[in-house]
Design a protein around this ligand. Structure first.
Ligand SMILES: NC(=O)c1ccc[n+]([C@@H]2O[C@H](COP(=O)([O-])OP(=O)(O)OC[C@H]3O[C@@H](n4cnc5c(N)ncnc54)[C@H](OP(=O)(O)O)[C@@H]3O)[C@@H](O)[C@H]2O)c1
Length: 283
């Protein structure tokens, strides 16, 4: 396929470009320098020139606290620009896949959030991302929304990368023990994004690794084990002790009702994914 990828410097986009290239796609991977998604003229020019068959939007403003302090900018990048991309995808005859987040939910539910649960975002980031989903779906009937969460992988500035690095240096670590999510390995997510682009079945999908999910503390301990830094002490802290500008959901574990229905196999368990990631990092 001719695949156009936005936000190409990001963690998911890099995994996606590598995956698409490895299966023989013609890949147009754009960083903000060559495709600023908030610049409608720039988007139109690039789409007219490259005529993609599918567009996979990995660009976003992912700084959750930054979004809280500047909600207008959050809407510009995470909602308005997503609508622009969806519109231009429709005009180019391309399917449109955009990534959304577990932060569209308030976190008060026990158990897993499915597509049947009403989103109730609590942060400016979550509000803008939900707006992005809806605006894209409104302007292009060929929109696939992929909600995911707790992504880990190469090149990310995520909790996991920082925790393992600090554990290796023997530094004291703290991790939240009372917030739960479903970890997602970037290359697994990338392969599923590509699969969904090809299926071209519009809808809202929840894509995460299998398993019952974890707290940050369990996730960090398992990551340290996978990276073979076992003698590390990780102190348990409560989410309430961290004074951060943006509220986060206490529980944002996701489950998909749609993937199975269209015959997609569940992604591997997150523990297996962690081991795969650790092996890649050693190799
Ligand atoms: N990471 C997670 O745990 C997580 C969880 C749930 C959902 N998600 C969603 O997953 C997607 C990918 O996340 P990620 O972790 O790969 O994020 P990331 O590493 O922060 O990458 C996002 C990329 O978007 C680019 N970008 C920002 N504004 C742009 C603009 N105006 N035009 C073009 N590019 C722009 C950034 O470029 P600069 O570096 O130049 O700013 C960055 O390279 C996002 O939609 C995010 O909301 C992430």
């Amino acid at each position: 396929m001719k695949v156009l990828i936005t936000g190409a410097k990001g963690m998911v986009a890099r995994a996606l470009a590598a995956h698409c290239t490895s299966i023989g796609d013609e890949v147009f991977a754009h960083t903000r320098d060559t495709l600023d998604i908030t610049n409608a003229d720039n988007v139109r020019e690039v789409f007219e020139r490259e005529r993609p068959e599918t567009v996979i939007n990995c660009a976003a403003w992912t700084d959750v606290d930054g979004c809280e302090l500047n909600p207008e900018r959050a809407v510009l990048i995470n909602a308005e620009a997503v609508e622009t991309l969806a519109t231009q995808s429709r005009l180019a005859g391309a399917s449109f896949v955009t990534i959304s987040t577990d932060y569209v939910f308030d976190g008060d539910k026990e158990g897993f959030y499915t597509q049947r649960d009403d989103p109730e975002p609590q942060s400016a980031y979550g509000i803008a991302k939900l707006q992005g989903e809806r605006r894209a779906q409104r302007v292009s009937a060929r929109t696939v929304v992929v909600r995911t969460g707790w992504i880990f992988g190469a090149g990310g500035k995520n909790f996991l990368a920082t925790a393992v690095e600090r554990a290796r240096r023997g530094e004291h670590l703290k991790a939240i023990s009372d917030a739960y999510g479903t970890p997602t390995y970037a290359p697994h997510l990338a392969a599923r994004l590509r699969e969904l682009a090809e299926r071209d079945l519009p809808g809202t999908y929840h894509v995460v690794n299998s398993g019952a999910g974890a707290s940050f503390l369990e996730f960090a301990r398992e990551a340290a084990r996978a990276a073979e830094v076992e003698d590390v002490e990780i102190e348990s802290v409560s989410m309430d002790t961290l004074a951060r500008p943006a509220p986060r959901p206490r529980n944002s574990r996701l489950r998909c009702l749609l993937s199975e229905a269209i015959g997609l196999a569940p992604l591997p368990h997150w523990r297996e994914a962690l081991r795969e990631f650790a092996k890649q990092n050693q190799g």
